[in-house]
Design a protein around this ligand. Structure first.
Ligand SMILES: Nc1nc2c(c(=O)[nH]1)N[C@H]1C(S)=C(S)[C@@H](COP(=O)(O)O)O[C@H]1N2
Ligand SMILES: [Mo]
Length: 422
């Protein structure tokens, strides 16, 4: 098999198969090891005085030792930070819920600041009664709670031509997964009364870019939410405070933040440049558009380039995330030999449609190099493609919707690197 590195080098390698991953070993913690350890035998400073009182931090923040678990951007990617993107530190998180404070941000004209009192949502166009809602009005409709991922269509977009960015945060971090509280868009549209000619819903935000997009009426009446809480608390400014649209399973661009207007139209409104930018080029030189649904995808978050193995051979937890916009994740396979052999990983919980799943594979690592991959399956029967399979259809010049299998080359010293294999 040929392995290509970020710097364009290639090498032919033979990877051992199967045996290295035969079942998890025992994680030995011996009393002998602890005997001479001052952390066990001596009274530590934190036990010699009292700690912070309850009012030290009215709104709690992560402890200083976790200060590297933050969003990061890639400076050369965009000209400025106003119309830019940063990345969720997925390599350092576990479980499935993304804390708002480290959930990636994507703005076209910066994150705006708006008070709830200044919030208005207008519904107009092909409706019986045009309506304007205040924030308080929205709070009076029956609400629902749902966990959904929001993935920018550009996630993994820099990896089409070759392995490029060194870390799961940068290759796969344009995604977050939160529990939203909101009112179904259907409820508000029914309040206004949709006329029979209405086929599309044009949604726009209050920011300078407005990020206007058209959504088919069928989707708008299905599971779209007008959300005002994420993970139990108010949306953060950068995620659209006080109200954003949640469009389950569909590309992040449609999840309009600072939602201000919804117009029912008979045709799709082509928004300024954004719609054309979110078009996929194909191998034959043609393009496809209206590719709204995010296909099944997964990535090993640890070990990975930013999360190397520090403990040497023996018991090793391999973990990652899987998601699909089309249905629930039903299975994730993990390979340690670049896709020659696959083992079924353990899902931490049964998958649900449009939400992230956490998977684990507990192995007894033999300390040899690994080519780590994960492969997601969803309940429509779809299986995540290899990079070669995806390129056969989409070519090398695509930007959006790259859901191919990712490979990390893990060396015997535990360090990992982004590579691709063929
Ligand atoms: N009003 C408005 N909504 C917006 C955007 C924007 O710039 N303005 N960016 C869109 C894009 S491209 C994405 S991927 C998601 C990102 O949501 P987040 O910033 O909460 O991660 O918001 C979408 N909604
Ligand atoms: Mo996006």
């Amino acid at each position: 098999m040929t392995v290509s590195f970020k710097n364009g080098k290639t090498s032919r390698r033979n990877f051992l198969t199967g045996a290295a991953a035969a079942g998890a070993g025992t994680v030995a913690a011996t009393v002998a090891k602890a005997a001479g350890d001052p952390l066990i035998t001596e009274k530590q400073v934190w036990a010699q005085a009292t700690g912070d009182g309850v009012d030290a931090t009215p709104y709690g923040l992560p402890i200083e030792f976790e200060s590297d678990v933050v969003r990061r951007n890639v400076e050369w990617l965009t000209a400025d930070t106003i119309s830019s993107i940063n990345f969720t530190p997925i390599h350092a998180l576990d479980g499935t819920i993304t804390p708002q404070g480290c959930a990636f941000e994507r703005h076209h004209s910066g994150a705006i600041e708006m008070k709830k009192e200044d919030y208005r949502l207008m519904i107009n166009g092909l409706v019986d009664t045009p309506l304007v809602f205040t924030y308080e009005d929205l709070e009076r409709f029956p609400r629902e709670n749902h966990v959904y991922f929001c993935e920018c269509a550009a996630n993994t977009g820099m990896e089409w031509a070759g392995a490029q960015l060194n870390g799961a945060q940068f290759t796969h971090g344009m995604i977050h997964n939160m529990e939203y509280t909101g009112v179904p868009l259907r409820t508000l549209l029914n309040e206004a009364g949709i006329q029979t000619a209405g086929k599309w819903v044009y949604v726009e935000g209050a920011d300078a870019s407005s990020n206007g997009r058209s959504i088919p009426l069928e989707k708008a009446l299905d599971d779209v939410l007008v959300a005002f809480k994420a993970n139990g608390e108010a949306l953060r400014k950068e995620h659209g405070y006080p109200v954003r649209l949640v469009v389950p399973g569909w590309e992040g661009n449609m999840w309009v933040k600072w939602l201000r207007r919804i117009e029912i139209t008979d045709q799709a409104i082509e928004s300024r440049e954004e719609t054309s930018k979110y078009t996929d080029t194909l191998e034959d030189g043609t393009s496809r558009k209206w590719t709204w649904v995010m296909d099944a995808k997964s990535v090993v978050t640890s070990p990975s380039p930013q999360s190397p193995i520090k403990h040497g051979k023996g018991p090793l937890v391999i973990t990652g995330l899987a998601w699909s916009g089309r249905g629930a994740i039903t299975r994730v396979d993990v390979s340690i030999d670049g896709g020659k052999n696959w083992q079924e990983a353990r899902l931490a919980a049964p998958g649900t449609k449009g939400a992230m799943s956490r998977f684990y594979l507990d192995i007894n690592w033999d300390g040899q190099e690994m080519l780590l991959q994960s492969r997601a399956h969803d309940d429509t029967g779809y299986v995540q493609p290899t990079k070669t399979q995806l390129r056969d259809v989409r070519g090398l010049n695509s930007i959006y919707h790259n859901n191919c299998i990712q490979t990390w080359w893990v060396r015997p010293n535990g360090e990992a690197e982004n590579v691709e294999i063929s």
